[in-house]
Design a protein around this ligand. Structure first.
Ligand SMILES: N[C@@H](CCC(=O)N[C@@H](CS)C(=O)NCC(=O)O)C(=O)O
Length: 143
């Protein structure tokens, strides 16, 4: 068994971010699927890992880390990846791009948010896809 474990789900964009960073770092890891479609993220075992009931969670160096950008920052610092430009302006620009997706677009398209919006609309046809497209397209265009 590998000592680095990533609790993730294949279609989770936050998990994608961490998988990309782990691969850039050349870190071998075990992926443990938390199936968001069946609600595994709300199981007692996953809530013990992350009380937020979200993926990804990364176990590495004796730590249990949550929040994709914080995890990537840890990998960057701990493994000297040099993911961000060293000049302050370039660094601010790279962080702004990352945050435009991770902080603005992704949270409103999160499964629990989209499902709640769908319930408010009495399960209207096209939901939650319509809801997600409404935020994703302009968000990516702005990016
Ligand atoms: N800010 C968190 C967001 C994590 C997040 O929203 N993960 C989603 C998948 S992309 C999730 O676990 N959703 C489960 C749910 O909504 O119940 C991060 O960047 O790690």
């Amino acid at each position: 068994m590998r000592s680095v474990v990533l609790y993730d789900f294949w279609r989770s964009s936050a998990s994608y971010r961490v998988r990309i960073a782990l691969n850039l770092a050349g870190i071998d890891y075990e992926a443990v699927a938390v199936d968001l479609r069946t609600g595994d993220q709300k199981s007692m075992s996953h809530l013990a890992r992350n009380p937020q009931g979200l993926v990804p969670v990364l176990e590495i160096d004796g730590l249990r880390l949550t929040q994709s950008l914080a995890i990537i920052d840890y990998l960057d610092q701990a493994r000297g990846l040099g993911l961000l430009p060293s000049d302050p302006a370039g660094r601010a620009q790279a962080m702004a791009l990352a945050q435009s997706i991770a902080v603005d677009v992704q949270p409103v398209c999160n499964l629990s948010v989209a499902q709640y919006a769908t319930n408010l609309r009495d399960g209207a046809v096209g939901m939650p896809g319509d809801w997600m497209r409404h935020f994703i397209r302009p968000g990516l265009l702005a990016f």
